[in-house]
Write a protein that binds this ligand. Sequence first.
Ligand code: ZN
Length: 56
Amino acid sequence: MYSQMSIGECPECGDELYVFRTKSRKKVVKCVNDDCPKQLAYGVPKSGKMEVTGLK
Ligand SMILES: [Zn+2]
């Protein structure tokens, strides 16, 4: 079970961004819009700085 939390709007499509916690304790932010042109996931390290990474 993953806890989900909306944290803001996707810079690409304006839909909601949700935070997912992975098994490796990483926080990943993902757009809820399946039609989002980029489907980016944002890794959120403990330092707080957001890093953009591509997910396949
Ligand atoms: Zn989006």
